[in-house]
Design a protein around this ligand. Sequence first.
Ligand SMILES: [Zn+2]
Ligand SMILES: [Zn+2]
Ligand SMILES: [Zn+2]
Length: 352
Amino acid sequence: MEQNVISIEDQKNLQGGLKLTDIEDNERNVSEDFEISVGQKLIEYLKSTNTTIILPQINFEENRIIFPILKEIGEDPSNISVLDKLTTPAVSILQKETYEVLPVCPEHPENLLTTTRICCSECSSINVKKLYLVEHKVCGFIADTEIFGQKTIKEIVACPKCEKNITNPKRELRSLGSWFLCSDCGEKFDNISNKLFCRKFNHDFDINSAEYLSVPYYSVNNSSSADVDTITLLTKLSKAIESFGFSSQKFVKVIGRSGVPHSVSIHGKKEDKQVSVFFRSSDKQLPDVDVNSIIAECADLPESFNILICIPSISSEAKAMARYTGTSIITGKEYDEVFSQLEKLVDEHINK
Ligand SMILES: [Zn+2]
Ligand SMILES: [Zn+2]
Ligand SMILES: [Zn+2]
């Protein structure tokens, strides 16, 4: 039975949610290598600076969201799609999180700078002022701060009624509350209205009509096995497979006999020959249950020569099980050692 290969793009579509620029088939390998090289540079930079978080910078003047770290590794700092690609399930170096959600103008959503405006709840005029009602304790005169000749209580220096000087407003005056006054319609009210103001195009809009722009930040995916060494290894391995005349794809889903798709780190094809490389790494021996589940996946891909790379090791029982089902196993701590074993296996078994 013919096995179908789902591309990395299809896989992203299956996972849903991620909106990525479509990449033409013939550009895929170029693009993947690009992602991987950016991924490598990025991880090296993060490691060397001991950082695990990639924060954006929002430039409201230029309406740009940039990631300064991209500049550090020689990439365009506004190329967010590069970071997005590193979050896809197949690569999974980064995790995407929400940094900030910006309200933007529904008519000019590309314009990031909006500010809040207060306005009259009656006529929407912005000519609104806040007034405080004050009592002069000595004479009992009550009036708003304007009549006392000031904007705020603490600025008051004299009483207009008894004409006495006020040297300590806090002690000599009593605050009786505050309200808003609209200079245009004369309305007095307790609660002010809010509107958002689109600064560049100079108009107000209702807060409920705003669009919301989510600005992401990225964090290093600690649970990912795709560190810099892994990416380097898989890139080298896929090149080695190609050097034997195979076409190869990294991070693809291959449909098994059962119809179930399996995540394969590298899938190579040459005429009727196929090779599928599964990759798992851990800081200690891989649990038998993990190894067994991959062995089961391999059994569902009988037309393919299946290789399972386990870093650093697996139990002897798991090894025996793999041997029994015809899955080739490679274990090791050093990536160079793993790579040479792989090259040898590919050469001996599929390069005929
Ligand atoms: Zn606008
Ligand atoms: Zn008004
Ligand atoms: Zn007075």
